[in-house]
Structure formats: C-alpha cells, structure tokens
Write a protein that binds this ligand. Sequence first.
Ligand SMILES: Cc1ncc(COP(=O)(O)O)c(C=O)c1O
Length: 362
Amino acid sequence: MSLQFSVTRNQNPLPVAKRDEVLAAPVFGQYRTDHQVVCVWEKDKGWVSAEVIPYGPIQMDPAAAVLHYGQEIFEGIKAYRHDDGSIWTFRPYENAKRLQLSARRMALPEVPEELFVESLRQLIAVDGDWVPEPVNEKTLYIRPFEIAAEDFLGVRAAHRAEYRVIASPVGPYFTGGLKPVSIWIALDSARAGKHGTGEAKTGGNYAASLQAQGEGYEQGCSQVMFLDAETGTYIEELGGMNLFFVYKDGHVATPSLDGTILRGITRKSVIQLIQDRGIEIQERKITLDEMRAGINSGDIVEVFACGTAAVITPVGQFKSRVETIGSSDAEPGALTASLREELTGIQYGRVEDRHNWMLRLA
Ligand SMILES: Cc1ncc(COP(=O)(O)O)c(C=O)c1O
C-alpha cells in the first residue's frame, strides 16, 4: 500500500480513570475513543492522504455536498479482545468489499481493501486500550464512513471525499440479554425500492426507516421489519438486521438478496454455520402471509435476527397496526441460542475459527 499514515497523538485523551468507568458499562454509541482516521480523496489524484488525528469535530463548509445530496456511506465492524489480551476483528475484507459496493452505488470513490484494513489497524494502534475486556459481550464498535466533502452546490458526484474511522466502546445492543425482542411491521413506509439504494449502506436508508422505527418504539418494539416496496408482500429485513426463520422440519429460511436488502456479513456467516451443521438453508422469497401462517400453526418454531451490533437475537413477536403475531413471552429457540454461542465464541477466540474469519489487529 503506497499511502503512509501520519499519526498525531491526542494531547488530551480521556483520563484513564474516566475511560475505565466508561469501559465498565459502555452504552452503545455514547462515548468515542481518543482518535479518528481521516483519508482524503481528490478527483484526478486518488487517495492523497491518510492520517490518525485526535477525535474532534469535522470542520466543514456549509456547501459541502454531503449536507445537501446525502452522498454518505458507512460500515459497522467490531474489535474483540481475546482472553490473552490480543485484539481481533471479524471478516474485515467483507466490510471493505461492501463499502466499495456502497461507494459505487452512491458515486463515491472506492476505498481500497488494504487501506480499509490498515485504517482499522492504525486506529487500534493508538486506541487499543479502548477495547473492553471480553466480558458481558463488550467490544469496540468501529464505524468507518465516507462523505462527499467538496464545497459545491451543483448536483453531481463530488470531486473531493473523506473516508473516516471512529470507534465507540459498546455493551450488548439489546439490554435484555437473550430475551426475545418484538418487531414492528412497517405497513405504511418502505425502506428501499427496486434499483434503489437498499443494498448500499448509506445514511438515507436509515433516515427512511426512522419514522416507522418511532412508531415501533411507541408500541414497545425494538426494531422495524420492512416489506418489499412494490407489493408490500415479501419480508425484506429489519432496520438494522437480517431475519432468519427456523421450521419444524428442521430447515431454515432467510429472505434472498434481491438488491433491496443489505448483504449482512453476520447473515453470510450464519448461513455458513448452518451449512456446517448439515442443516438445510434456503435463501428465497418469504411472504408475510407465510410467516404469519407458519408462526400460528407452529411450522415456524424459531425466528431470529442478526447483525454486527446485536449479533444474533431471538424474535418473539411481530406487531403492526392490524395484528400481533407470536408472543412476547416466547423462549429463545435452541438453534438461535447455539448459533449465537458459536458465533460469539469464534469472535472472542474461544471456539475454533475454522473458516479463518478473524484477523488480528494488535
Ligand atoms: C439494514 C441492515 N441490515 C442488516 C444488517 C446486518 O449486517 P451485518 O451483519 O453486516 O452487520 C445491518 C447492519 O449493519 C443493517 O444496517
């Protein structure tokens, strides 16, 4: 890799005692580490600089393109401390590739895979002490993102972009442990349409999900499920997770990737772990009607959602403005619990990493 990182240390890091307090009980996204990565891209020059600098605000012209036309993409990936103190991450080249896919869709420059992985190493090299001890599902959540940073009000792909990386120590995403969560079915809003941006991890998709998420919160639900925008028939995904259904006959099904849902890396890994067990996994279209009938008849025996932030979480019930399906008292399913155990075991270095998914950062 030709770009060399320069490092400017934060002269006012959070005092160690305060950092230890944060790491004792981190709240998702509330605190950030002492540094950030900034890489700049310019049209005709490519990636021109790579720096680690103290964490702090971005100085930006009010005409910066991202503020007007939403050219923004991001990733979510975690750093895990293992019992021997070493620091690892999970399948970073998958995140690098997905950031590139998002970049192409949103007309932003692609961050080279090696630059992506090096940016994680560089941040951990200065902020490694922020990776919590491996207890109570604590990790350092890393947020790489890219923005259009050109000052120009015309509508076209920006000629200057910034790729940044920040990080935040986190505990469990859902605080109820393995308690099944309730999901709100969005009947009046869609997240992504055909040929739209659903497959890209771009801020606008999340902005589009917040209204329904707000309705869901009011109904005691912690995530929203979106249906396909065209017919409102097929199950797509949750606001921030992919869905799996376990059937009585033993097979598992998950909505296929048709361009409107995010190519979840946890989803891909869970499919592999299911295949490893010799269980049939179907990636196919699943209708809301099939889900309702399956849960009501007992044909569907477990539902779980998965993603980097919340790993694997059992789903107990689905609610919408017209119905309730399933029960909030449901027990977590056996397959859900054991897949979660296996995946977190691999991530924390306690279960053999037979697919070489883990990469050591420090
Ligand atoms: C909309 C959406 N779907 C699915 C996922 C799960 O993806 P991953 O497993 O790569 O975290 C996420 C989280 O990143 C997401 O935001």
